[in-house]
Design a binder for this molecule. Structure first.
Ligand SMILES: Nc1nc2c(ncn2[C@@H]2O[C@H](COP(=O)(O)OP(=O)(O)OP(=O)(O)O)[C@@H](O)[C@H]2O)c(=O)[nH]1
Ligand SMILES: [Mg+2]
Length: 313
C-alpha cells in the first residue's frame, strides 16, 4: 500500500511538472525576492496566481485569507507565509468524501464533454479503477456519432476487464442507454458508466439528447444513483471553465474530470473550476494509460504542485 501510494505520488508529481514550473518558480522568486510583506509582495503574488490560471475568484479568496492570517499572526518574513499560502490553497479545493457516494451505491455515471477532451479514455480508466475495487462495471457505448467510437471503448473495456453494451455506429444513443440499463439490471451491476458523443456546437441538440437519456434513466432505473461528470481538457485553461459553465446549464453536473494535466502548465485551472463554479473536480487525468486517473485530492495536488514529498511532512 505504501509502495502504491508512492507510485501514485510520483506519477502525480511528474504529471504536474509543467504546472509546477509555471506556478512554483514564481513563488520561489517571490519568497526569496522580498524581505518584507508589503503591497508589492501581494501584487506579485496575485499576478502569479492569475497567470497560473487559478481564476479571479479563487485568487481573491486566497489573498484575502492570507492577508488576514498574516495580520493575525503578525508575520513579517515572506518565507514564513509560504506554508500559510499552501494551506490556504488547499482549503479552497478540498472535496468532501460524500462526493464519491456513487462508489457505495448502485449507480449510473454519465460522462459528457466536448470533442477530444478525453471522455472515452476517462470512462475506460474509471472502469478499471472501480473494477479494481471489486465492483461489477458495465460500459454503455452511447457515443454512436463518431466513427469507431464503439471500437475504442471496446478496447478500454477489454483493458479494464469489464463488459460493454452497444457500440454500433449510428444507433440512437438513448436506445443504447436503454439497453445498457437493462443489462446492468439483469446482471446486477454495481456501476454503469455511459460514454457519450462530444458535440456542444449545437446546444439545442445536446439538451434534447441529454433530456432523452435522463428520461430513460429516471424511468427505467430510478433506484440508481445518478452521477453526471463533465470531462474538461486541462490544457485549454480558461476555456475549460467556459465549457464547464455551458454544461452546467444543460445538465445536472455533479462533478468534473480534468484531463491532460500531464501536458500542461495550466493545472491551476483545477482551483478555478472549483471556486468559480462550485462544482468539485473529482478526478484528474495525468497520462494516457489506465492507471493515470486519480481521485482528486487537494492535499496531494497542492503538495505535488509545490513538490512536497509525502515523507517530508
Ligand atoms: N496526456 C494525456 N492524454 C490524455 C488524457 N486523457 C485523454 N488523453 C488523450 O486524449 C485523446 C482524446 O481522448 P478521447 O478519450 O478519445 O477523447 P473523447 O472526449 O472521447 O473524444 P471524442 O469521442 O472524439 O469526443 C486521446 O489521444 C487520449 O489518449 C490524459 O489525462 N493525459
Ligand atoms: Mg470518445
Amino acid at each position: 500500500m505504501a509502495e502504491e501510494k508512492k507510485g501514485f505520488f510520483k506519477r502525480l508529481v511528474s504529471g504536474l511538472t509543467k504546472t509546477r514550473d509555471n506556478i512554483v518558480a514564481g513563488f520561489d522568486s517571490l519568497f526569496t525576492g522580498y524581505s518584507t510583506i508589503d503591497d508589492d509582495f501581494y501584487e506579485e503574488l496575485e499576478e502569479i496566481l492569475i497567470m497560473g490560471d487559478i481564476g479571479i475568484n479563487a485568487t481573491t479568496a486566497i489573498l484575502d485569507k492570507l492577508k488576514d492570517q498574516v495580520e493575525i499572526r503578525n508575520i513579517r518574513d515572506p518565507k514564513e507565509c509560504k506554508q500559510l499560502l499552501i494551506d490556504t490553497i488547499k482549503e479552497q479545493m478540498t472535496v468532501d468524501s460524500t462526493e464519491y457516494e456513487f462508489e457505495n451505491r448502485k449507480s449510473v455515471i454519465l460522462v459528457i464533454g466536448v470533442n477530444g477532451v478525453g471522455k472515452t479514455t476517462s470512462v475506460g480508466k474509471l472502469a478499471g479503477k472501480l473494477k479494481d475495487q471489486g465492483k461489477k462495471v458495465i460500459l454503455g457505448a452511447a457515443d454512436t456519432f463518431r466513427a469507431a467510437a464503439g471500437e475504442q471503448l471496446t478496447q478500454w473495456a477489454n483493458r479494464a476487464g469489464v463488459e460493454i453494451i452497444g457500440g454500433q455506429d449510428g444507433a440512437d444513443p438513448a436506445s443504447v442507454v436503454y439497453d445498457a440499463v437493462a443489462a446492468a439490471k439483469a446482471r446486477n451491476a454495481d456501476v454503469l458508466i455511459c460514454d457519450t458523443a462530444g458535440r456542444l456546437h449545437n446546444k439545442k441538440n445536446l439538451m434534447e439528447e441529454l433530456r432523452k437519456i435522463y428520461r430513460i434513466l429516471e424511468k427505467e432505473y430510478p433506484e440508481a444513483y445518478l452521477e453526471t461528470l463533465v470531462v474538461l481538457d486541462g490544457t485549454t485553461g480558461q476555456n475549460a471553465l467556459v465549457q464547464a459553465r455551458q454544461f452546467a446549464e444543460v445538465a445536472n453536473v455533479t462533478g468534473i474530470i480534468l484531463t491532460k494535466l500531464d501536458g500542461t502548465a495550466k493545472g491551476g485551472i483545477a482551483v478555478a473550476i472549483q471556486s468559480e463554479l462550485d462544482i468539485p473536480v473529482k478526478y484528474i487525468g495525468v497520462g494516457e494509460s489506465i492507471d493515470d486517473l486519480q481521485k482528486f485530492d487537494a492535499n496531494s495536488f497542492v503538495d505535488a504542485l509545490f513538490d512536497i514529498r509525502p515523507d517530508e511532512n
